[in-house]
Design a protein around this ligand. Structure first.
Ligand code: SF4
Length: 389
């Protein structure tokens, strides 16, 4: 799996099982792979974990990076286990001889190492030197110091991260790092926290940098099932157009007083109905036929709520009017048809003119039905005329 050098940006996540639990961890890795992860990281904190890695490497659908803190010997054990990458924390493996021993071994095996600087575990000496604070400069200096050790032994298969839980700090550290080095960068907001706030914090940091062209691989560090991390990473890359979409891109209006149905409930039902389907289509759920079809005319397929009926449209063209309780099922049926046969075939299978007339009838009925004039509009209009005439 290439990282950097113009390769597509990859999504990473980390297992939460004990690495010694081979089957449990592999199960999680398969779930991560199915949800968009490209690389997985597993902790290697004890002998049993290294043994687990040795057993998992040949069975894993994703390349495995061993996460190392404090014990450089665990890095050597993970390399012996055959992992495809290492992550070292320069804040807690500080002995130059140990760092170089790992780099030499990685160099000889052609295994890349991520220098994973973390604001929360910065080298105490650097922390002191930078005024007893974690600063972007201190984090970048930590990474450059580690690179210098690697240079001494001719090792350059390097990725770097300078994560912090403070978003502006993390953004500035990565900006400075991108100026200072050409090595691939692994982006993340560390300890972003539980959903939904963690998702927003991580997105704020990662997306800002991606938009500036910084970053080669990303990880959402969420206090949640790691599958959520994989999904978040995949969705972010898809929304930037940095990854080809495999699943439905569901768009839905936020709903307002015009909505003729419970948009939230229908959008959620549609999301669930499409969750397991690999259909690379944009599908719209809109709350009313007044604005819905127009605003979502670029969607491959959409439905807008009329009076207890759903107006189905393909690329903005009405194709059917269906009862409200069949809206989601109809969307699924048409989506599958379009994914298999294309838009033109979908439009050709119905009398589009008849569908347009049907939809128009529904729309006109809605407009004609004014209901009780609670605004006493006729009297108000008279009043307006009296003032202005
Ligand atoms: S599509 Fe209709 S219901 Fe939805 S936000 Fe727009 S105006 Fe409101």
């Amino acid at each position: 799996m290439l990282v950097g050098g113009g390769a597509p940006i990859t999504v990473q996540s980390m297992t939460t099982t004990r690495t010694s639990d081979v089957d449990g961890t592999l199960q999680q890795i398969y779930a991560l792979a199915a949800n968009g992860a490209d690389i997985v990281r597993c902790t290697c904190n004890e002998m049993e974990a290294a043994e687990g890695l040795a057993r998992m490497v040949p069975r894993s659908p994703l390349p495995i990076v061993a996460d190392i803190h404090h014990q450089y010997r665990m890095a050597l054990a993970a390399l012996e286990a055959g992992v495809q990458g290492l992550r070292l924390n320069p804040g807690n493996i500080r002995n130059p001889a140990h760092i170089k021993a790992v780099a030499v071994e990685a160099r000889d095996r052609g295994v890349p190492i991520r220098i994973g600087v973390n604001g929360g575990s910065l080298d105490p000496a650097l922390y002191e030197r930078h005024g007893g604070r974690v600063t972007p400069e201190a984090m970048v200096e930590s990474a450059l110091q580690e690179i210098a050790y690697f240079d001494e032994v001719g090792f350059d298969l390097i990725k770097i991260s300078v994560k912090a839980s403070n978003v502006p700090l993390m953004i500035e550290a990565y900006r400075q790092l991108a100026e200072a080095t050409d090595h691939p960068l692994h982006l993340g907001v560390t300890e972003a926290g539980p959903l939904p706030d963690g998702l927003i914090k991580a997105t704020a940091g990662i997306a800002t940098l991606l938009a500036e062209g910084i970053g080669d691989t990303i990880r959402f560090s969420l206090t949640a099932d790691p599958v959520e991390e994989a999904k978040a990473g995949r969705t972010l890359l898809e929304s930037f157009g940095l990854r080809e979409r495999k699943n439905v891109d569901l768009i839905a209006c936020p709903s307002c007083g015009r909505a003729e149905v419970d948009v939230i409930q229908i959008a959620e039902a549609a999301r669930d109905a499409f969750a397991e389907k690999q259909l690379p289509l944009q599908i719209a759920v809109m709350g009313c036929v007044v604005n819905g079809p127009g605003e979502a005319r670029d969607a491959d397929l959409g439905i807008a709520a009329g009076r207890h009926r759903g107006h189905l449209f393909v690329k903005g063209t009405n194709v059917a009017v269906v009862p409200e309780d069949e809206m989601v099922a109809t969307l699924v049926e048409w989506a599958e048809f379009i994914a298999e046969h294309g838009t033109d075939a979908a439009l050709a299978r119905v009398d589009v003119e008849k569908a347009r007339r049907e939809a128009e009838k529904d729309r006109s009925a809605m407009f004609a039905d004014k209901g009780a004039d609670v605004n006493a509009s006729e009297q108000r209009i008279e009043q307006i005329h009296r003032r202005l005439d």
